[in-house]
Design a protein around this ligand. Structure first.
Ligand code: F1P
Length: 339
């Protein structure tokens, strides 16, 4: 019942959702870990496509800051488990500060965050067996696109873009199937990482948080130290780290980005660095022997963060398997951090 005649219903978020969405003037997203990264993508979407003022903070810091927050803000928490203590505490802090409306994007119906929130969007990603969040992340992104429609309609999201998002979402399974076919190529690529101590991930715009998520996955399951930077920040410090021992993974779906990345590519290549670029199959190669290109299916910008997440998850998986680490139960980590 979420869609009637291809139009998303407000009630997908709860019976009083329309009333809440009509009142809000801005969105504040609070989440931890992987869920924070999906929120970061959503901030780009909300502001870029619908001009919805959107802020985001890691939930674990929110209550230590005495933030200025207005009552007509919609607080959106994102959590796979619904039990992350810092996210729950942040929601409670926001309510103490006078916020009236809250919505949770969550995978567990009977969880604390669901109980504490006015509106609920269940992700239905199925049980996450491994500790590191993967399908929950891509599903959160889908839920956030639906929220973009519901809230964005009240701001500046055009009807045309709304229809485009809906049709791209219906086409998503087919595109994901195509990306999964890259599995073998990514397995081969993973050999370049197995003996490395460090890696860098670069992205721009909505793909910067995807680079962050790629680096978090590599850390979590293969224990390789990885950092993500916005592509433009490379020359402001991290370039000093580049040598043959530092693979640089770049998420560069569109031409505009690839053009701007050419100087990055040269900078890395000149220092003997290995560059791995995930890019749209329709674009021309960078043409450099130190650059390995993985060609991705050509997809609309709006859904490309979902599509580009998958090869990065596969990369971490194959590196972890090669290194013999426990993919499902990484050392020191818990499925939900309840303290
Ligand atoms: C947040 C999170 C996960 C991470 C690990 C620890 O959990 O940081 O993203 O992979 O499981 O917790 P949640 O609030 O999304 O359940």
């Amino acid at each position: 019942g979420r869609f009637v005649n291809n139009k998303l219903q407000d009630t997908a978020f709860g019976h009083n959702a329309a009333e809440v969405f009509d009142q809000i003037k801005s969105v504040l997203i609070l989440a931890c870990g992987t869920s924070y990264h999906s929120g970061l993508v959503a901030r780009y979407w909300f502001e870029k496509y619908a001009r919805v003022p959107c802020a985001i903070e890691v939930a674990s810091e929110f209550r230590y800051r005495n933030p200025v927050i207005s009552a007509d803000t919609l607080v959106v928490t994102i959590s796979q488990s619904g039990e992350t203590a810092d996210t729950l505490a942040a929601l409670q802090e926001a309510k103490k500060l006078g916020v009236k409306h809250s919505l949770v994007i969550c995978n567990v119906p009977e969880s604390s965050l669901v109980r504490e929130s006015d509106l609920v969007m269940m992700t239905r990603a199925g049980p996450e067996i491994g500790v590191a969040s993967t399908k929950a992340f891509t599903t959160q992104l889908v839920a956030l696109l639906l929220l973009l429609i519901a809230v964005g309609r009240r701001f500046e999201l055009s009807r045309e873009l709304e229809d485009k998002i809906v049709s791209e979402l219906f086409g998503l399974p087919g595109n994901i199937e195509k990306v999964l076919k890259l599995d073998e190529a990514i397995e081969v690529l993973s050999q370049r990482f197995a003996d490395k101590q460090n890696a860098l991930f670069l992205g721009r715009g909505t793909h910067y948080p995807i680079a962050m998520e790629g680096s978090l996955k590599l850390k979590e399951i293969s224990y390789i130290h990885a950092e993500a930077y916005p592509a433009g920040e490379l020359k402001h410090g991290p370039l000093a780290l580049i040598d043959a021992e530092m693979p640089v993974v770049t998420v560069a779906p569109n031409n505009n980005l690839l053009e701007k990345l050419r100087s990055n590519i040269q900078e890395v290549s000149a220092r003997g660095g290995q560059l791995i670029v995930f890019m749209d199959e329709t674009l021309a190669d960078a043409g450099d022997e130190n650059v390995q290109i993985i060609k991705m299916p050509s997809v609309a910008n709006i859904i490309s963060p979902i599509i580009y997440t998958i090869p990065l998850q596969l990369l971490s998986y194959h590196v972890a398997v090669l290194k013999g680490t426990d993919v499902d139960q990484p050392r020191n980590l818990a499925k939900s951090v309840t303290v």
